[in-house]
Write a protein that binds this ligand. Sequence first.
Ligand code: 5GP
Ligand code: ZN
Length: 112
Amino acid sequence: MADCLFCKIIAGEIPSAKVYEDELCYAFNDIAPQAPTHFLVIPKAHIPSVAGIDGSNSAVVAHIFEVIAKLTKEQGIASYRVVSNIGEQAGQSVPHLHFHVLAGRDMTWPPG
Ligand code: 5GP
Ligand code: ZN
């Protein structure tokens, strides 16, 4: 999608610190890390948020969770949090589906 920040990152038009890439998804370090490990995993297809997932595009979500399990194992991360914010009130600032992967510090519950 032309005006989407994360589509531009996938296309290489905006630089990013790549963690992983395959034909379906892209993972990169968050520019403003909220934990010692904080990367984002995004589908290459533009989906605005979890609210845009349906039967036509949900396979990529299973794939992304496989990738998250693989990357965290490879990095020796046993405990981590996966977060996806949906909409303004929940704190979504980029309207391209993304899963935050946070690790390396104690986390609180409930989240703020
Ligand atoms: P959200 O607020 O939508 O849940 O998450 C968006 C995330 O994208 C934020 O954690 C923010 O720091 C990150 N972000 C915003 N712009 C950029 C960028 O240009 N590069 C990278 N690597 N991360 C970004
Ligand atoms: Zn996009």
